[in-house]
Design a protein around this ligand. Structure first.
Ligand code: B12
Ligand code: SF4
Length: 507
């Protein structure tokens, strides 16, 4: 195992570029910072999204540090991770690099095998990171630390798993380390993420969540959520919180108690949640009005497909379309935006099923103006149940850490969805984008003139979607020209925005 020669009490944590449009503080790093700080370590947080020359900065910070920790998910974040690990090793091949987050958790062996990676943390990192720091400081080995894998004398050592801790036993996140001014400059909005529960009781076959957090939903008590969110938004003058729980509405009573508590506390911030459509449908109009008064503005829901056949293949039979219509209607009546997510290209989806989904989107958006849809192309992530069928489906999984950096739902090409078929689907998705209004989190996207002109283009776009006709896509060409002609306000700090841009559905 590599070890630092000089003991230090400083830990550098790095967050590779995620997205500059939805920029805010990375919760993963704020979460692992608290136990480090409580154990007396100093933490320097470098977020690539708000640090123009991130490599230079990290290389400077590591000079007097104990180790470098990086948080990443599968996809484009891997590029900067690999780049940075190599740069650090070029400076000092003995300086430890520790990787944590979704990708290392789901593919620990391959990740650890990559050049420049010394330790991989699987699952929750709060306790593991503190134990790692202590061992490095004392010059000991990493033997016996649960939930980690590490290199020792060129061998990959896998320690036993660390049992999951319920959210109520986890320390609060170190929000004070976040530079909210920098995120606001970039995104145009001052906001943060917050977690009030962990895991999801369902098991959709494309989803990786059970692989990292299991399926035992557990949550913070309503009073704690109220107290923490009010304090957080007041302390840092935040206008909005995105509650990133996988399924906020599992306990309906708790959700309503949070609403009541926020009203009693006179909370002024807006918030949005993620929940399954079946649980959202349990909310009555009165429930929704209460949550609206408490600041709830958006409910993000994974509809995923409008084909019962595909939903069955996705293991999503808990969803029922009538209740989606009902909840869209009720949410809008209460002044809450229903945001629906769609996954195109799931194995088994043919022209008929795709058309069913398009027709459903058109119908909901026409009947309930204000409802919005965000679309992605199916991306087979490691650790999801469907990956057990990878071979049969012809999915070739990358054989190296670097190989996963092109994995991105925005433009995924699949064995059954490529060439003209893929291009046609992308065109269709482009038409969906201009056919109906959507509200991205970033304020910079909402140039009024562009929006007006796009509105004019929405009619022919709807006609095309209705008639499944995408030849000579002049409206898309015009839309692109308009965006070039009319200067849109750009983030003050232009971090390396991902290309093509992230299509994040929430908030
Ligand atoms: C917020 C979020 C986003 C935000 C991020 C904003 C930001 N500034 O961070 C936005 C909207 C930009 C986003 C985008 C995308 N996201 Co996202 N996102 C999330 C979400 C909802 C919450 C992440 C979070 O902060 N959780 C709270 C923290 C505390 O938990 P955590 O990240 O698990 O961290 C813990 C451990 O993992 C570990 N840990 C994490 N990092 C490290 C580092 C070290 C050193 C150590 C020791 C430990 C450690 O310790 C932490 C504390 O226990 C998750 C779902 C989820 N349930 O977590 C999806 C999720 C991470 N996203 C996912 C995906 C797929 C995407 C997109 C590709 C989606 C898209 N349609 O484009 C893009 C990717 C963009 C890119 N460039 O790569 C997947 C990742 C799957 C995978 N295999 O990696 C997830 C898991 C959702 C899902 N179930 O599919 N996302
Ligand atoms: S409902 Fe959402 S979080 Fe739960 S298993 Fe399905 S996709 Fe994953």
């Amino acid at each position: 195992m590599v070890r630092r020669l000089k003991a230090s009490r400083k830990v550098v944590l790095f967050f590779p570029a995620f997205s500059s449009q939805e920029a805010t503080a990375p919760l993963s790093l704020l979460a692992i910072s608290t136990p480090l700080l409580r154990s007396g370590y100093a933490v320097t947080l470098v977020d690539s999204t708000v640090t123009p020359d991130f490599k230079k900065r990290v290389l400077k910070e590591v000079q007097d540090a104990l180790f470098l920790g990086i948080s990443l998910v599968t996809g484009p974040m891997i590029r900067e991770t690999v780049e940075l690990a190599r740069a650090v090793k070029a400076w000092n091949r003995d300086f430890p690099v520790v990787l944590g987050g979704w990708h290392p958790s789901l593919l620990p062996e391959q990740t650890l095998g990559a050049y420049g990676v010394d330790v991989v943390v699987r699952g929750q990192g709060e306790d593991a990171i503190t134990e790692i720091a202590r061992r490095f400081e004392e010059g000991g080995t990493l033997e016996g630390i649960q939930g980690i894998a590490y290199k020792h004398d060129g061998k990959l050592i896998f320690n036993s798993e660390r049992p999951l801790k319920p959210i109520a036993d986890l320390p609060p996140k170190a929000y004070h380390l976040a530079d909210f001014d920098a995120y606001e400059r970039l995104c145009g909005r001052r906001w943060a993420m917050y977690t009030s529960s962990l895991a999801c009781p369902f098991n959709c076959s494309y989803c990786t969540n059970a692989g990292v957090y299991g399926r035992k939903w557990n949550a913070l008590p309503a009073e704690q959520v109220v107290e923490e969110t009010v304090d957080l938004t007041t302390r840092y003058h935040l206008e909005m919180l995105w509650i990133v729980d996988d399924n906020f509405l599992v306990d309906l009573d708790r959700a309503l108690q949070i609403g009541e508590g926020l009203i009693r506390a006179g909370a002024h911030f807006q918030w949005s949640i993620q929940a399954t459509t079946n649980l959202t449908a349990r909310l009555t109009e009165q429930n929704l009005l209460l949550l609206r008064r408490a600041g709830l503005r958006q409910v993000c829901q994974g509809v995923d497909s409008a084909s019962p056949k595909i939903l069955k293949l996705m293991n999503k039979t808990f969803q029922d379309f009538d209740s989606i219509y009902q909840s869209a209607e009720r949410c809008l009546k209460a002044g809450i935006r229903p945001s629906f997510n769609i996954i195109f290209g799931y194995p088994g989806e043919g022209v008929k099923e795709r058309q069913q989904t398009i027709q459903f989107i058109m119908d909901v958006c026409r009947r309930f103006p204000g409802a919005e849809f965000w679309t992605n192309i199916f991306t087979p992530y490691p650790g999801s149940p469907i990956m057990s069928r990878a071979k049969e489906l012809g999915i070739e999984t990358p054989q190296s850490l670097e190989g996963w950096s092109d994995y991105f739902p925005r433009y995924t090409v699949l064995p059954w969805l490529k060439g003209r078929d893929h291009a046609r689907l992308q065109t269709m998705r482009d038409y969906l984008r201009i056919a109906f209004d959507r509200q991205p989190i970033s304020k910079y996207e909402s140039n009024k003139l562009i929006r007006k002109l796009q509105k004019a283009l929405s009619r022919p776009a709807r006609w095309r979607l209705d008639h499944d006709f995408y030849d000579l896509p002049v409206e898309l060409w015009l839309n692109r020209k308009l965006k070039k002609l009319i200067p849109v306000a750009k983030p003050a700090v232009d971090a390396k925005t991902l290309k093509p841009a992230v299509e994040a559905n929430c908030p």
